[in-house]
Design a protein around this ligand. Structure first.
Ligand code: M6R
Length: 615
């Protein structure tokens, strides 16, 4: 989604803006632009396509201006075009904006009736024109911004620059994330902290209804519009952990896939503790509190996070015996779910912590008195601020649009939650293992992930075959079913090959009709003695219709699934409840290598954004 970067201080703004925009690319964008406040007047440069193109357009220009704003746009109002790219302007005002002004049409019609002539189709231009008109009516800059805010409906944020004034920048947070970044020579404003340069030592996450006025020398004041008073800036020191670029890797996605063993090892060592000689799962006190009173769990998330939630349901219901409902967040918020504040706990899965629908679900739950727990990768994100408790995914920054390590962390944490809430007797009955036994096996998973990563020759062979396909079916049973959904999502989002995930048992109820000579069908086989024979018989059903069978299963059952498969990958054996953690890796690699064979932009698939901050 759109990205904002701005700077006011003592150094030239241009290099910071260009670097910041490059860093924001991962969010997804179709055009970019900057405005620098020069002594000779503002210089605006915009371009459709990559930020590299924007750089080319401005190359060689001497622009020492030390106040500027920049933007990467992901089109909502109006097609991707130079006219619609930000900054938009009116008179001496230049604006960049994220989110949506929902009553834009009415506001624009009013302005047009009053004689305003618009240069773009954007709601952004409506904002800046309204503010400029208010100023022309005699109000000051910040007073005009405030007045116009009372007219705007929706969830958004913006950064507006004034070409002439002592206080040239105003930032407004009305629901879309925005942060300040402090350094010795000035202040930055950005929609996420990856846009900040290394010298930013502290960040200040803005809260909804904050308005910040920034002086040319970088000093600033935060006003809470909700409380009509100045608010103290809470500085959060910045961790640079993981913000290292791609290094020697060809793509962020590949780097992020490869980081998983180390990431998981560190995550588990913080959550699995040895107490009195026994292994146990421990979370922070506020998480323990909300978990301990849950009689029913409602999980919400979108896309990959939704799939992780489905897997969580399988684990929590089976191991902990607590009923779980899982919803796509955008459905949950509009389907009038029955919430029970006495018994329910809402778990919101959102790696970014900014997904609009998931945030809406958190707000709904809170309004009904239901406690909320967010599983989030971005510290200081809106979800962490609004939920009653949070568990950090500790995956480090994820720049590839395709979620990989954050998914692994989500399913690991949900499995840990299931284990935390399970009793020894129930666990023994469901898995044949003690809690200590499962946790011992869990601690070995990072090592098994290393082995999964080393299967690359087998994976590339399969990827070469998939790259020629038009459609791929994924299937699995039990916890492998959500994994099949996720495998299909990974493949479709970065290779543009049609892919669907199904529960093995559903095949005969419709999807089997899709199978024809050569259709690739990829089966997932956890080492579950009850499910393996069922899966093998589903595989045979597709085989007799001409399917090209690919299987990913545990070593332990290789003799069962390999003979019926044209290609198979065998993964190191582990308890069935942990198998999806190991099997997620080859699925990610398959999607990755298939996209590479097709010569596609792996990290920035078409039409998609990393963080979906609008409905
Ligand atoms: O930040 P979130 O986890 O809330 O994002 C939700 C989805 O947009 C996201 O999981 C998306 O499906 C993945 N990036 C796809 O790989």
């Amino acid at each position: 989604m759109c990205g904002i970067i701005g700077y006011a201080g003592l150094s030239p703004a241009l290099p910071y803006l260009l670097k910041g925009l490059e860093q924001l690319e991962y969010r997804g964008y179709d055009s970019a632009g900057i405005a620098i406040m020069e002594e000779s007047g503002p210089r605006v440069v915009k371009s459709v396509g990559s930020t590299a193109r924007l750089k080319e357009r401005i190359a060689g220009e001497q622009l020492p201006g030390s106040v500027g704003i920049g933007h990467t746009r992901w089109a909502t109002h109006g097609a991707p075009s130079e006219a619609n790219a930000h900054p938009q302007w009116a008179g001496p005002l230049y604006i960049v904006h994220n989110g949506i002004v929902e009553n834009e049409r009415v506001l624009r019609e009013g302005l047009v009736a009053d004689g305003e002539v618009f240069a773009s189709d954007t709601d952004t231009e409506t904002i800046v024109r309204l503010i400029y008109r208010t100023m022309k009516g005699g109000s000051g800059f910040s007073e005009s911004v405030r007045r116009v805010l009372s007219l705007l409906e929706g969830s958004y944020s913006f950064l507006i620059a004034h070409a002439d004034l002592e206080e040239p920048l105003i930032a407004v947070h009305r629901g879309a994330p925005l942060l300040l970044g402090a350094c010795t020579h000035g202040v930055f404003v950005a929609s996420d902290m990856t846009a900040f340069p290394v010298e930013v030592h502290s960040t200040i996450p803005l809260e909804k209804d904050d308005m910040v006025t920034i002086r040319a020398d970088g000093r600033f004041e935060i006003i809470s519009l909700a409380h009509s008073r100045e608010r103290e800036a809470k500085l959060v020191s910045r961790s640079h952990h993981g913000v290292h670029g791609k290094g020697e890797y060809p793509h962020y996605m590949f780097k992020e896939i490869c980081e998983q063993p180390e990431m998981l090892g560190a995550l588990l060592s913080g959550k699995i503790r040895r107490e009195n000689g026994l292994l146990n799962v421990r979370f922070a006190a506020e998480t323990e509190k909300v978990l301990s009173r849950a009689r029913r769990i409602r999980i919400v998330g979108c896309g990959t996070s939704f799939h992780a939630g489905l897997l969580g349901k399988y684990r929590i219901e089976s191991l902990a015996g607590i009923p779980v409902e899982v919803d796509i967040a955008s459905e949950f918020r509009y389907r009038n779910p029955i919430l029970d504040p006495e018994n329910d706990l809402l778990i919101a899965l959102t790696q970014s912590g900014e997904t609009a629908d998931t945030l809406a679900a958190i707000r709904m739950a809170r309004a009904s008195g239901v406690p909320t727990l967010a599983l989030v990768n971005v510290e200081g994100s809106t979800a962490t601020r609004e939920a009653d408790a949070s568990i950090f995914l500790e995956a480090g920054p994820e720049f590839g649009v395709a979620a990989t390590k954050t998914f692994l962390s989500q399913i690991a944490i949900l499995t840990l939650i299931a284990l935390r809430l399970s009793s020894d007797s129930r666990l023994a009955e469901r898995t044949g293992l003690s809690k200590g036994g499962i946790l011992e096996a869990f601690l070995k998973i990072p090592m098994l992930l290393d082995k999964s990563l080393s299967l690359s020759t087998g994976v590339t062979g399969i990827a070469r075959r998939l790259a020629e396909s038009r459609s791929v079916l994924f299937m699995g049973r039990g916890g492998d079913f959500p994994l099949a959904l996720e495998g299909a999502l990974k493949l479709k989002e970065i290779t543009y090959i049609h892919a669907e995930g199904y529960a093995g048992g559903e095949l005969k109820h419709g999807p089997l009709a899709l199978v024809e000579e050569g259709t690739p069908v990829l089966s997932l086989l956890s080492p579950d003695p009850q499910l393996v024979p069922k899966m093998v018989s589903n595989m045979k059903e597709t085989l007799s219709r001409g399917a090209f069978l690919i299987s990913i299963g545990s070593d332990h059952y290789l003799d069962e699934f390999s003979p019926v498969s044209s290609m198979s990958l065998s993964l190191p054996d582990c308890p069935p409840v942990l198998f999806p953690l190991v099997a997620a890796v080859p699925l990610q690699l398959l999607a990755y290598h298939t996209a590479c064979f097709k010569g596609l932009d792996v990290d920035r698939p078409r039409n998609l954004a990393k963080s979906v901050t609008v409905e």
